[in-house]
Write a protein that binds this ligand. Structure first.
Ligand code: ATP
Ligand code: MG
Length: 279
């Protein structure tokens, strides 16, 4: 297995699990151009849990897909560990993703004809590795899906499918786990179970976790919360409470276009996000 958790935690804190440098992503051309990422530079230290937040359309999924090598940026650089993704062959990229990255998608991406258990072990099976049965049992137990393993995705609730997708990302103990709203479809109890296990992945196994979330409580599980707006990083908090996160989000969401009628404060024109720019 090529996982990082054999290294000592002290060593890991100095390592960068993933990073982006001046990343841009432009979709479309001409009138329909969308600048989804506008110069993102960020490092994700190994063994840390980071949450990415920001309004809908701010570029969170795009950033994650570029970091995980699932999408190609328009310009800038991405690295996973010490491997620069730019210019990697398709085959090398596929192997890197398979060996080092776990991904929980915003839509679960389960294979409809495979049972929950088969979906969970699929990446490990494809890679030709052995399942760590004890860890498999621990993951499905902690995620509360042990009794749904023989069912097809269509026979599971949205929340159960989401937890199967989480288990699939966790079961091979990848160095880095990316989750695009991994608790987006879950009630607060299931959400807590998923977040606990992601927290354990960093605390107990030294894995690196990066999730996108709209939920301040979910973000409060993270060591660091990074806020995007309009394709840029506009704010960052360290070990925040859910209330801290909520306050920042409220201000981000209250941009000029969405200012509430009847607000006692005069609306500040444009450049709102700029004042909170960190880097
Ligand atoms: N394939 C695509 N083609 C064209 N535009 C796209 C494409 N994917 C995303 N976009 C646009 O890029 C911007 C960023 O999208 P992205 O999916 O990264 O947002 P997000 O922050 O993840 O939003 P949400 O919270 O709604 O998931 C949006 O304006 C979106 O419409
Ligand atoms: Mg998204």
């Amino acid at each position: 297995m090529t996982t990082a958790h054999t290294d000592s935690p002290a060593l890991q804190t100095r390592k960068i699990a993933a990073g982006a440098e001046d990343l841009t992503k432009v979709y479309g051309s001409g009138d329909t151009t969308v600048e989804a990422l506008r110069g993102i530079t960020i490092d994700f230290p190994a063994g840390q849990f980071t949450a990415i937040m920001g309004p809908s359309g701010s570029g969170k999924s795009t950033l994650m897909h570029c970091l995980a090598g699932l999408d190609v940026a328009t310009s800038g650089r991405v690295r996973i560990g010490d491997v620069e993704l730019t210019g990697l062959s398709d085959k090398a990229m596929t192997m890197l993703r398979r060996d080092r990255i776990g991904f929980v998608f915003q839509s679960f991406n389960l294979v409809p004809t495979l049972s929950a258990a088969e979906n969970i072990t699929l990446p490990v099976d494809i890679a030709g590795r052995d399942i760590d049965k004890e860890w498999f049992d621990a993951v499905v137990g902690r995620l509360g899906i042990a009794d749904r393993l023989d069912h097809l995705p269509s026979e599971l609730s949205g929340g159960q499918q989401q937890r199967v997708a989480c288990a699939r990302a966790l079961v091979d103990k990848p160095e880095i786990i990316f989750g695009d709203e991994p608790t987006g479809n879950l009630d607060s109890r299931s959400s807590g179970e998923v977040l606990d296990i992601l927290r354990a992945a960093t605390d107990e196994f030294g894995q690196t976790v990066v999730i996108v979330t709209h939920d301040p409580r979910a973000a409060s599980y993270a060591d660091r919360v990074v806020f995007l707006a309009d394709g840029k990083i506009v704010r960052e908090l360290t070990s925040p409470s859910a209330d801290d996160v909520f306050e920042v989000m409220k201000n981000l969401d209250n941009g000029p276009a969405t200012a509430e009628a009847g607000s006692p404060e005069p609306a500040t024109p444009a450049a709102d996000g700029e004042s909170e720019q960190v880097g």
